[in-house]
Design a protein around this ligand. Structure first.
Ligand code: SF4
Length: 317
């Protein structure tokens, strides 16, 4: 039984002009100990999927349909009290730019102690001991737990946020663009740290990013999202070796390959659609070089083309 199953998830935002269909029928699952990547351009609905899983949508956001099964229970039908027991303790999240969320006037260690004592019935003394261990785990000298956020670099603050996310020993860690605001070298260190912790703790991880090179280095499985829908979903190696959807091919061509031969980078023409009024048929058709009449009228279903490789395209090759 997978740890998490997302089934036909639809999350819309109500606006004065109508519903923005940010997530529109998304399906995937994450096994125990697996690193699952959710990739796509900004605004494709990746973060909304994450916020739906922990039921922390911003005002105007509503889950219209679907199921989110975690440990055999549907998160979407749980009471507020039950979901609070899962959040942080079972499912933790590191948001994009989370390091800026540290309270500047409270010592970083105290902020982690507070997170632990809020969710678990432990003494402050024990929570402090756990905080020091967490600091060691994320590669920070435990004595630095007594310092304030302004005494840390961006990379160190992000390590603190990872320590905080892992403080209650969750089963699933969601990391939403965890290294985007950092320079490339620190970015690589943070991702390496996350991979090491994931293996050591046998954590399941959902990594959200627009950067396919991060997916290639980190994830076992990947789903490519476009305009609120998953357009391709498979084992990571398979997607990079044999991408089928024109959008996935476009994304791969737009990123440099570190190990492969030198090639010209080609960006995908056009821009993602307005999800208030998405295109008919295949949502990628205004940008796709292979569009035909069928693509404009009929929405392609996500179909298994073999070996659990799913593609939503009328012309999957
Ligand atoms: Fe392109 Fe048509 Fe496939 Fe959509 S269904 S990706 S428009 S070929």
């Amino acid at each position: 039984m997978p740890l998490l199953q997302v089934k036909n998830l639809k999350t819309y935002y109500q606006t004065a002009r109508g519903y923005v269909k940010a997530v529109d029928g998304v399906n995937f699952q994450i096994e125990e100990g697996e690193v699952f990547g959710l990739a796509g351009e900004s605004g494709c609905g990746k973060t909304t999927v994450a916020l739906s899983i922990i039921r922390l949508l911003p005002p105007g956001g509503r889950i219209i349909d679907g199921k989110i099964i975690f440990n055999d229970k549907n998160i979407l039908t749980m009471s507020e009290e039950d979901i609070r027991k899962i959040r942080w303790k079972k499912i933790a999240i590191v948001f994009q730019g989370a390091m800026n969320a540290l309270n500047p006037v409270i010592k970083v260690g105290d902020q982690i102690v507070e997170a632990i004592t809020t969710h678990e019935n432990v003494s402050k003394e024990d929570a402090w001991k756990r905080t020091e261990k967490l600091f060691e785990m994320v590669g920070i000298d435990p004595s630095r737990a007594k310092d304030y956020p302004h005494e840390f670099s961006g990379g160190m603050k992000q390590r603190v946020m990872i320590a905080m996310a892992l403080a209650c020993n969750p089963q699933l860690l969601i990391a939403d663009e965890p290294a985007t605001a950092l320079d490339v070298i620190v970015q690589a260190q943070i991702l390496k740290l996350m991979r090491e912790l994931q293996r050591k703790m046998n954590l399941s991880m959902m990594l959200i990013t627009h950067d396919l090179s991060i997916i290639a280095e980190t994830c076992n499985k990947v789903a490519i999202m476009y305009a609120g829908k998953i357009v391709e979903y498979a084992d990571t190696k398979r997607i990079f070796r044999d991408p089928q959807h024109p959008y996935t091919r476009g994304l791969i061509n737009a990123f440099p390959s570190i190990r492969g031969p030198k090639r010209k980078l080609i960006s995908i023409p056009g821009t993602p659609p307005d999800l208030l009024n998405p295109p008919s048929g295949c949502r990628f058709h205004p940008r796709c070089p292979y569009t035909n009449d069928k693509c404009k009228k009929i929405e392609p279903e996500l179909k298994d083309i073999g070996e659990r490789h799913y593609v939503a395209c009328h012309m999957s090759w």
